[in-house]
Design a protein around this ligand. Structure first.
Ligand code: FES
Ligand code: FES
Length: 268
């Protein structure tokens, strides 16, 4: 068995010839030994059987190993897989190594750089995208596992020139400063609002006997539900106010009032 394991990654012919040679040699030695002693013993019988069985078993095993190795290298010398991802309603063809994250596939291969790489370790939320309506850290998701799912990135939220209501609310409520965390914050907020509409509770939902309501979403609950998205600029007040605004809560934040009135008063 040592010989098979040691040479499993080498070429087929040396494996078979070496393994077969080992069994043949062992059988030959035993036969000669028994002949010299002038008798056939149990030991001789086992030696011959081992030779035949070893050759029969080793050959197909090694052929299978060699075939498998050939299959993985035939498609691409880099071991890539051909996949189709549904991103923002479009089918995108990609050849990727299985270890590539969705975030890297989006940014480096598809040039969809709206999703940001903050920590690359599932700790900051800057890479948040929507997969089948659920928010996901794309830095922790393998791209090859997303086939057949609907992926929406920040680039897919607006409809042409019309921003998504959450995008508008972020602008109106000053929900960002440097903007690096903002794509992830917006995707997470979109998912948050959908989660509430679906009746998903959070750990701070006060009443678990009935589904949570958008109109009753408290500031503490919004903060808890967005706790997976960090903002180094600390634009949290504006982010919470943006979510409150889209949730239909009145009045919107004082910041929103100032921003909207300033905008309206500015001469064209
Ligand atoms: S980059 Fe994915 S969580 Fe930070
Ligand atoms: S706006 Fe700068 S990190 Fe959030």
């Amino acid at each position: 068995m040592i010989w098979i394991v040691d040479y499993a990654n080498d070429e087929l012919c040396p494996d078979i010839s070496r393994t077969t040679a080992f069994f043949n040699l062992k059988g030959q030695i035993m036969q000669n030994y028994e002949k010299a002693r002038g008798k056939t013993s149990r030991r001789s019988f086992l030696g011959q059987a081992l030779t035949a069985a070893g050759t029969a078993i080793a050959a197909p095993t090694l052929v299978n190993q060699a075939t498998a190795a050939k299959d993985t290298t035939q498609g691409s010398s880099k071991g890539e897989m051909s996949i189709i991802l549904n991103i923002n309603g479009e089918q995108r063809n990609l050849d990727l190594e299985p270890r590539v994250t969705l975030l890297d596939a989006l940014r480096d291969r598809l040039r969809l750089v709206g999703s940001k790489k903050g920590c690359d370790h599932g700790q900051c939320g800057a890479c948040t995208v929507l997969i089948d309506g659920q928010r996901v850290y794309s830095c922790l998701a393998l791209a090859v596992m997303q086939e057949g799912k609907a992926i929406v990135t920040i680039e897919g939220l607006a409809k042409g020139d019309t921003l998504h209501p959450v995008q508008e609310a972020f602008i109106e409520n000053d929900g960002f400063q440097c903007g690096y965390c903002t794509p992830g914050q917006i995707c997470a907020s979109v998912a948050l609002l959908d989660e509430v509409k679906r009746g998903c509770a959070s750990v701070v939902t006060p009443d678990l006997t009935r589904p949570p309501q958008l109109a009753e979403l408290s500031e503490a609950e919004i903060k808890e539900r967005l706790s997976g998205n960090l903002c180094r600029c600390s634009a949290y007040n504006g982010i919470v106010a943006a979510v409150q605004q889209v949730a239909g809560q009145k009045p919107p934040s004082p910041v929103a009032d100032v921003m909207v009135s300033e905008f309206k008063e500015t001469p064209a």
